[in-house]
Design a protein. Structure first.
Length: 167
């Protein structure tokens, strides 16, 4: 049996993922107020990444799990904790269930984050394109192997960051 879902990811699904990411982010910052003080006002973008993002583009890759990344403008005091991984349930069986999370109603969402050294956050697409193109970190190299689709800012919902056509 194929573990992947081949259902279309819609903009409504991206909005739902954005809500789940915001809920996770708010919970994290409440539990770790010092992190919230540093990063709650530094969000650059939230993006659907890797296999699910590739599926959003081609409809063929399928969805095994859903990776949502939040990118922040780095604070001088310390970087966003790169090992931090939140896990949530999509909460809707539209995409089936993640086989290793049978207690979930829907697919598992992995919520990750990175801080990026940028001075101006006005152009999230250009910022993420530079990050992915640089291949300076293992994360940027892995993310660049598939696709990155913006969830936030909301006015750029569904924008393709990667693979980049030409910016």
């Amino acid at each position: 049996m194929d573990e992947r879902s081949y259902k279309t990811i819609t903009n409504a699904d991206l909005k739902r993922l954005g809500q789940i990411a915001a809920h996770d982010r708010n919970g994290l910052f409440q539990r770790k107020p010092e992190l919230g003080m540093l990063y709650s006002e530094r969000l650059i973008a939230v993006a659907l990444c890797q296999g699910a993002a590739l599926h959003y583009l081609d409809g063929k890759n399928g969805i095994k799990d859903i990776d949502v990344w939040s990118f922040y403008q780095a604070a001088d005091e310390r970087p966003y904790p790169y090992r931090r991984r939140g896990v949530e349930d999509f909460g809707d069986p539209k995409f089936g269930k993640t086989t290793d999370s049978p207690h979930y109603i829907g697919r598992r969402i992995d919520l990750l984050g990175r801080s990026l050294e940028v001075t101006d956050i006005a152009d999230p697409i250009a910022i993420l394109h530079r990050y992915l193109s640089s291949a300076k970190t293992e994360s940027s190299r892995l993310l660049a192997k598939k696709a990155v689709i913006l969830i936030e800012p909301l006015n750029l919902l569904g924008s393709v960051v990667w693979p980049a056509k030409s910016l």
